[in-house]
Design a protein around this ligand. Structure first.
Ligand code: HGY
Ligand code: MN
Ligand code: MN
Length: 409
């Protein structure tokens, strides 16, 4: 008889964690290393400890629950996990589902008496979203050695805070060295956050790759002037220049056919109704599954900015915030996901992730792959984010099976 997870425990914890870190307007907002993040972390650590797992925190604040098993073998462990920090006004599933389902899988195995040959670890990585501190996936990137610990800890947030100081303030400046556990394999269960699985009526995504990501902050300097007295031909309007970038990127991505381009943040200065903007500061998020096309999107942006400097007589400054090439996952693990789905009588399909994930960083140090479950309406990074309970439970049971398979290797 194959094992199954405890549905009530998983769904109850998802709802409870989803209630932690709501702001005055009821919006879910657990930005990395904030008080709200601390409250979420404390709840997770409480569940990990109550499950009888060893709790460990590394120096960039990544949280781990470790079950060495009765054999306490020194074999490399199988690691599962994701993140519990959120975007602003988030849904309750992004990241949290993978962490809590990972813990649920370990608890189920521990209670079953069927101890695997390998230790099992569940991880919750710091600052996966990258909303407060750039880049995104900062905790897992540091964990795998892609970012030096000192640079990571010194990262200044959009609010002027320093990540290392914030981790210390919330009590999550751990002692373990990032990378202290080198997994045998890493598997991340996550909601798709896109429309594909729902549209095709497929229950399981066997994720074989993640698209490349390029984040930049652009500052356009114009000249403040009177909105009423300044003739149009005499303006150096930073706001107008920024608006031209937004529409240029939309047309560029639409023409590219695969890539996506987003301007998610924008600020004008002095930000007054009757003053021509002296400065526009905004972020650019470019993504494409193909490395050369992603580079072409970046080239398109820099060409557009050069043209604006010439035509609009503005100055432009660009600050790179994140740049990750597309990542291919481990084919064997992708195969295990498909086989587990089939054994559960569920259709699956191979796919590329549009979103970034900690798994793309873990793939640098061990075989890694992901499991997706459908997102209703393809909605995510939005309180309307939703996945039916049956899909959440099916995904967790598939993770259970894949973990057992990998732990037996
Ligand atoms: O931006 C992303 O793709 C992820 O949500 N951090
Ligand atoms: Mn996520
Ligand atoms: Mn996210």
């Amino acid at each position: 008889m194959s094992l199954t997870i405890d549905t009530g425990r998983l769904l109850g914890r998802l709802r409870h964690l989803g209630s932690i870190g709501r702001d005055g307007e009821g919006r879910l907002c657990r930005l990395a290393a904030s008080d709200a993040d601390k409250a979420g972390r404390d709840a997770l650590v409480g569940w990990i400890a109550a499950a009888g797992l060893e709790v460990a925190v590394d120096r960039i604040g990544n949280v781990f629950g470790i079950w060495r098993g009765p054999a306490a073998s020194n074999l490399a462990p199988v690691m599962v996990g994701s993140h519990i920090d959120t975007v602003i006004d988030a849904g309750i599933y992004d990241g949290c589902y993978g962490v809590l389902a990972g813990l649920e899988v370990i608890e189920t195995l521990k209670a079953s008496g069927r101890a695997p040959d390998r230790p099992l670890v569940v991880a919750a990585f710091t600052n996966e979203e990258g909303v407060r501190y750039a880049p995104d996936m900062l905790g897992s990137l540091t964990y795998v050695g892609g970012l030096s610990l000192d640079v990571a800890l010194a990262t200044v947030g959009v609010d002027g805070s320093v990540l290392g100081a914030e981790l210390a303030r919330i009590g999550y400046a751990g002692t373990e060295a990032p990378g202290f556990i080198r997994p045998h394999a890493y598997v991340e269960l996550h909601i798709e956050q896109g429309p594909v699985l729902e549209k095709e009526g497929v229950a399981v995504g066997a994720v074989e790759s993640v698209q490349g990501i390029s984040w930049q902050r652009v500052t356009i300097e114009g000249v403040a002037n009177h909105a009423g007295t300044t003739p149009m031909r005499m303006r150096c309007d930073a706001g107008h220049a920024a608006a031209r970038v937004v529409t240029f990127l939309r047309d560029l991505a639409a023409a590219n056919g695969f890539g996506v381009a987003t301007v998610g943040c924008m600020e004008f200065a002095p930000n007054a109704i009757n003053v021509i903007p002296a400065r526009a500061t905004f972020t650019v998020d470019l993504r494409d599954p193909d490395s050369a096309r992603l580079h072409a999107l970046e080239e398109g942006l820099s060409g557009c900015l050069a043209e604006l400097m010439r035509v609009e007589r503005v100055k432009v400054r660009v600050e790179p915030l994140a740049r990750f090439e597309p990542v291919a996952f481990d084919r064997d693990i992708v195969g295990h996901v498909e086989a587990a789905a089939a054994r559960h009588g569920l259709p699956s399909r191979r796919m590329t992730s549009g979103a970034g994930h900690d798994a793309q960083m873990m793939a640098r140090i061990c075989p890694a792959a992901m499991i997706f479950v459908p997102s209703i309406g393809g909605i995510s990074h939005n309180p309307r984010e939703h996945t039916p309970e049956a899909d959440l439970v099916a995904g967790a049971n598939i993770l259970l099976e894949v973990v057992q398979r990998l732990a037996a290797e």
